[in-house]
Design a protein around this ligand. Structure first.
Ligand SMILES: Cc1cc2nc3c(=O)[nH]c(=O)nc-3n(C[C@H](O)[C@H](O)[C@H](O)COP(=O)(O)OP(=O)(O)OC[C@H]3O[C@@H](n4cnc5c(N)ncnc54)[C@H](O)[C@@H]3O)c2cc1C
Length: 282
C-alpha cells in the first residue's frame, strides 16, 4: 500500500527541525525510516509532514564525554553494535535488531523513540539506566529511561521534541542482553527478552538493573529480580532463584507469539541468561 500524501522537509539544524514540528498539526520525525515508512505505508500513521533529520550535521557520532558516552540521534544500529565505547548489552541488542538492511539504516535513537513493545535496544537502554536528551521549543531536557517508555509505541517525547542523544554511564560493571526472537534464535523482535547491568564488590552483587521486553506494553524493570540480586553472591543458583521473580508486578500480555504462561516462563529464562552474562562481563 502507498502512504497517504504528505509533505517532506529535510532541515539542516535541530532548531529548524523543532520549529517545523511545532508548526504542523501532525508531523513526525524521520531518522532511518525503518519503522516510520512501513507504518505510513500500512496507513497506521498518516502525518501531514515528515521532518527528515538525516541531514543535520553532528548527530552521527558516539562521543566519549569522560564518565559518560552519548549516542547521537543518527548513530545507526550497525555503529552502535560495533563500538567499543558502548556497553555490551546495547552492543548485542543493536547487533540483533532486524536484518542487515535495517541495521545499516535504522538508528538506535529511532528504535528507542519508537518504543515498540518487543524491541531490543529500549530494553538494554533501560537496564543501563540511560538518560534521553530531548530538544524542543523551550530548549533541552533530560528524561530518565524509567520515565521515558510510557505505553505501546508511546514515549515521553512531546510531538515537537527531538531525541538528540542517549547518555550512558561508563561506571563499569558488566551488562548483557538476551532474547528469543519471533523467528527463533536471535532473529526478529523479541517474543521475550531481558537485559541486565550488574556492579560487583568483593564477589557480591552491589546493585543490579534488569529490564524485560516483549512481555508487556513497554520495556519494564524487573524490580523483584533487582531486589533479590542486591547483595547476593551471583552464583547460578542465586540468579536462578532471583529470576523466578522476573514478572513480579508486571502485567504479562498474550500475543500471537505466546500465551501469558509461556511468556512469563520465557522471561525467567532470559533474565537468568542476561544476569549471568552481565556477571561474566563484569
Ligand atoms: C524488517 C524489519 C525488521 C525489524 N526487526 C527488528 C528487531 O528484530 N528488533 C527491533 O528492536 N526492531 C526491529 N525493527 C524496527 C527497527 O529496527 C527500528 O524500529 C527502527 O530502526 C527505528 O529507527 P529508525 O531510525 O529507522 O526510526 P524511524 O523509522 O525513522 O522512526 C521511528 C519512530 O520514531 C520516531 N523518531 C525517530 N527518531 C527520532 C528522534 N531522533 N526523535 C524523536 N522521534 C524520533 C519517528 O517519528 C517514528 O515515530 C525492524 C524493522 C524492520 C523494517
Amino acid at each position: 500500500m502507498y502512504p497517504r500524501p504528505f509533505e517532506y522537509i529535510a532541515p539542516t539544524s535541530v532548531s529548524d527541525a523543532v520549529r517545523e514540528l511545532g508548526n504542523a498539526d501532525f508531523a513526525k520525525v524521520m531518522s532511518g525510516g525503518m519503522s516510520l515508512i512501513p507504518m505510513m505505508k500500512l496507513r497506521l500513521l498518516s502525518p501531514e509532514l515528515v521532518v527528515d533529520i538525516g541531514r543535520i550535521a553532528g548527530l552521527d557520532q558516539i562521543s566519549d564525554d569522560g564518565d559518560t558516552i552519548t549516542i547521537g540521534a543518527l548513530v545507526r544500529h550497525d555503529d552502535t553494535s560495533e563500538s567499543d565505547l558502548v556497553p555490551a548489552a546495547l552492543r548485542t541488542a543493536a547487533g540483533w535488531t532486524g536484518d542487515r538492511q535495517v541495521r545499516s539504516r535504522g538508528t538506535t535513537c529511532g528504535a528507542v523513540a519508537h518504543a515498540d513493545i518487543a524491541a531490543d535496544q529500549p530494553c538494554a537502554v533501560l537496564a543501563l539506566g540511560g538518560t534521553m536528551i530531548a530538544q524542543g521549543p523551550n530548549g533541552t531536557r533530560e528524561i530518565a529511561s524509567e520515565d521515558f517508555f510510557v505505553d505501546v509505541l508511546t514515549s515521553a517525547l512531546e510531538p515537537d521534541e527531538i531525541l538528540t542523544g542517549i547518555r550512558l554511564s561508563k561506571n563499569g560493571g558488566g551488562s548483557a542482553y538476551d532474547k528469543l526472537g519471533r523467528r527463533g534464535g536471535h532473529t526478529d523482535y523479541a517474543v521475550a527478552g531481558a537485559s541486565a547491568h550488574v556492579s560487583m564488590t568483593d564477589g557480591h552483587i552491589r546493585s543490579a538493573r534488569v529490564a524485560l521486553t516483549g512481555v508487556g506494553t513497554k520495556p519494564t524493570l524487573a524490580l523483584g529480580v533487582m531486589e533479590a540480586l542486591a547483595g547476593s553472591d551471583g552464583s547460578e543458583a542465586s540468579v536462578a532463584e532471583a529470576a523466578q521473580r522476573a514478572t513480579e508486578g508486571v502485567t504479562v500480555l498474550e500475543d500471537l507469539y505466546g500465551s501469558v504462561d509461556y511468556k512469563a516462563h520465557l522471561a525467567t529464562v532470559m533474565v537468568k541468561r542476561a544476569v549471568l552474562g552481565a556477571i561474566a562481563n563484569a
